[in-house]
Design a protein around this ligand. Structure first.
Ligand SMILES: Cc1cc2nc3c(=O)[nH]c(=O)nc-3n(C[C@H](O)[C@H](O)[C@H](O)COP(=O)(O)OP(=O)(O)OC[C@H]3O[C@@H](n4cnc5c(N)ncnc54)[C@H](O)[C@@H]3O)c2cc1C
Length: 446
């Protein structure tokens, strides 16, 4: 089939989703991606993947490896969602502790999730090697958890000990307050844990490099092709974009926190809460005549629930944390982030901020990602809770298994039932209320 479809849905111009430019450091320093076209005709594939981020692209890779023909439909440009604007921290972590998972779901579920987290970090290197993505600049200098309170440090050390004893993990080292000062140049931390497994990348170059690798292997990717309507028929599904139609046997929804940009994926919209996360980047520190002992290629994240994190990228400092709660960037949220950075690193008092941007992370009720089937023709994978660089770019392996009828066992990720967020329409005030509660717990160290 290769004809322009005669019965495209009648869409008004206002149905075209808004895609504001992202003024990120990544956007300013990225290599060009592959030249991709916009869908303007009717085509047939085995699997239509909605979303051109790490999850969608990883899924395409593993479906193609199984001999199927996948197509990726991206509403904007590859990596326009969280995959091209995140902090670039590569780590295998969940927002729940593995000891808690063991208590609630059994040791096997916990072990599966531990293995998956490790595998996901290793997989980043595998992908980079497979597609020669040197521009991703993967530096494996580890990730550091920084305890903002003595109670938080005790909890961190206890969990670390449990993981070490239970799974034989040897990749971590506990640091005291003096070592943390030596490491970070900040007196804010009671101690911390350095995990040597993981590091940092350039996330947009990583996304564009995967897209180029897929395109070179013959996988079709259409940009600026938002899926606006899905029809289920007895012999398959029809996905309508603004300019064309895809006929397929199966759909994969890989839209994470950007699920609501059109109504086509409404079936999963209410299972996640989009939460805005913001980032700032400084001018090169040597230009400003200052320095920090932070290692390039290592990431640092606080134990606060309302977490702040930082890393160096070359000679710039990048600092991230909670953004605004609204639909777009907020001046006051950026100012608060800047003030927090200067308080934590007083030597940066006069350093200029050159880039500021934000994006959405998808929170789930049980704080873990979800992978499963909605119906006989639809698979979803989403809800990385802000920890998707390694996890989402590896998830396609298991999505492809589910699409082809398999039942991978990934602990809570595949076992937990997909639940809608209760009182979804009150999510914005709800997120604010929870944020206030988290800030209080952070002050108390819990
Ligand atoms: C500011 C920020 C910092 C972060 N930092 C880190 C970090 O340092 N480390 C880490 O591990 N994780 C981090 N994350 C989280 C991580 O980036 C995400 O978990 C991950 O990128 C999710 O990938 P994805 O492919 O599932 O979703 P996305 O990359 O968000 O892709 C979803 C895509 O779906 C498209 N889409 C939506 N609806 C449609 C439709 N109807 N038709 C076609 N396309 C559609 C969107 O345009 C979007 O491009 C961060 C996130 C943000 C926002």
């Amino acid at each position: 089939m290769n004809t322009v479809h005669k019965s495209l849905p009648q869409l008004k111009e206002s149905d075209q989703p808004p895609f504001p430019d992202i003024s990120s450091l990544w956007q300013a320093t990225a290599e060009d991606g592959p030249k991709l076209s916009t869908l303007n005709r009717e085509l047939q594939y085995d699997v239509a993947i909605i979303g051109g981020g790490y999850t969608g692209m990883s899924t395409a890779r593993y479906l193609a490896a199984k001999g199927l023909s996948p197509v990726i439909l991206e509403a904007s440009r590859i990596g326009w969602g969280a995959s091209g604007r995140n902090g670039g921290v590569v780590e295998g972590k969940y927002r729940v502790t593995l000891s808690d998972v063991a208590n609630r779901f059994g040791l096997e579920a916990s072990r599966r999730m531990y293995n998956l987290a490790h595998e996901a970090v290793d997989h980043v290197e595998e992908l980079i090697d497979a597609y020669s993505i040197t521009a991703a600049n993967y530096q494996q200098n580890g990730t550091m958890r920084c305890a903002h309170h003595k109670t938080a440090l005790a909890t961190l050390v206890q969990e670390n000990e449990w993981v070490r004893k239970t799974f034989g993990d040897t990749s971590t080292r506990v640091l005291d307050a003096g070592e943390m000062y030596h490491e970070t140049g900040s007196r804010d931390f009671w101690g911390g844990i350095l995990n040597s497994h993981g590091g940092t990348i350039h996330p947009l170059n990583f996304a564009r490099g995967i897209a180029r690798g897929l395109a070179d292997c013959g996988v079709d990717i259409f940009e600026e092709s938002p899926v606006v309507k899905i029809e289920h028929h007895s012999d398959g599904v029809k996905l309508y974009t603004l300019g064309g139609v895809i006929n397929a046997s199966q759909i994969v929804i890989a839209t994470d926190a950007y699920t609501n940009i059109t109504g086509a994926t409404n079936a999963v919209t209410k299972t996640i809460v989009p939460f805005r996360s913001a980032m700032i980047a400084t001018e090169p520190l040597d230009l400003a005549g200052v320095s920090t002992p932070l290692h390039d290629g290592r990431s640092y994240s606080e134990t606060r629930r309302m977490m702040r994190w930082f890393r160096k990228n070359g000679n710039r400092l990048m600092y991230g944390g909670r953004g605004a709660f609204g639909k777009s960037d907020s001046e006051s949220a950026f100012r608060a982030l800047e003030a927090a950075m200067r308080k934590q690193f007083p030597q940066l008092e006069n350093v200029k901020i050159t880039h500021r941007w934000s994006g959405l992370v998808a929170l789930t009720l049980d704080a873990v990602p979800h992978l499963g089937r909605l119906n006989a023709r639809t698979t979803y994978a989403m809800g990385y809770n802000g920890l998707g660089v390694a996890m989402a770019s590896n998830m396609g392996k298991y999505v492809a298994e589910v699409v082809t009828g398999g039942k991978p066992s990934l602990g809570m990720i595949t076992e937990a039932e997909l639940k809608s967020i209760p009182f979804y329409s009150f999510r914005a005030p709800g997120v604010r209320m929870v944020a206030g509660w988290y800030q209080l717990l952070d002050r108390l160290g819990y």
